[in-house]
Design a protein around this ligand. Sequence first.
Ligand code: BDR
Ligand code: CA
Length: 311
Amino acid sequence: PIPVIADVDTGVDDALALLFLASHPDIDLRAVTCVAGNASLPQVIANTLDVLDAASSRAAVAAGCDRPLIEPARDASGYHGANGIGNLVLPRAARRHDPSHAIEMIRRTIEGSAEPVTLLALAPMTNIALFLRLHPETAAKLERIVIMGGSAGPGNATPVAEFNVWHDPEAAQIVLESGVPTVLYPLDVFSRVVVDEQQHERLRAADTAVTQLATKLLDYQVQLADLPADIESGAKIGDAGTACFLVGAEHFGTSRHLVEVELAPGRSRGQTIIDRRLRPGEDMEHSLESRARPSDVALTVDGPAVSELFV
Ligand code: BDR
Ligand code: CA
């Protein structure tokens, strides 16, 4: 199985991702680190522990940063409900989170692993940016960082910026220029993986603790009808699609591009500039001047194949 650390801001769709990561036989979820994003840090920690408990996962859980590097925290309770998980009330997990900081947990997990670890970033990248700056030698041992973030087209937090990047743009830029191999899973694919009614009913009928919780979380996703007209409506699996990428990359079209984050104040702050013009040999001046490193960007997806993998 692939050793994985997930960095989360649980979050309805982070919860769906955790259920998938905890259940898939080819994934070994070693640690889960929490950061402020969809909800406040204490709420994210509680949600994460409760969701892992529902999935009988013993993955270590650690608390990270309670705000972005520069700006104040701005939660997404309008979207994910006041408690971050669609106001579902889950049985309280008996265990508490680990006393060590998320950054130390990430370091220890990578150093303690015989195989290179994959870091799955499903939230604003504050914890990950600080880890990369504090422990570059350990970061060099990572297999890669797979990031839910950004957009080649419209945004969701603003007309042009996706929430995870918008919430901490400096952190996102630090991660993208770190030199650790990155995969970007932007809104272009994020919004296109939808569990259809028949799949939803199959989950409802399966009647295990994991499928029951997944069904309720998907019920919440169905009633969110805020999507642009050109994008599928229904039970979007969101961050869980990024988790599916770890074991189902063949269902995606990825290509390598320079990705930079707009850091200037103003209407476009937090936008990801994905340079799709670049071909080897072209525009070298720009790529030499830029601090950005190329990322493998998932721009197309076979949505039904990924939703089936998820179910
Ligand atoms: C991202 O922001 C959060 O609302 C979701 O959990 C996802 O990680 C989508 O922009
Ligand atoms: Ca998230």
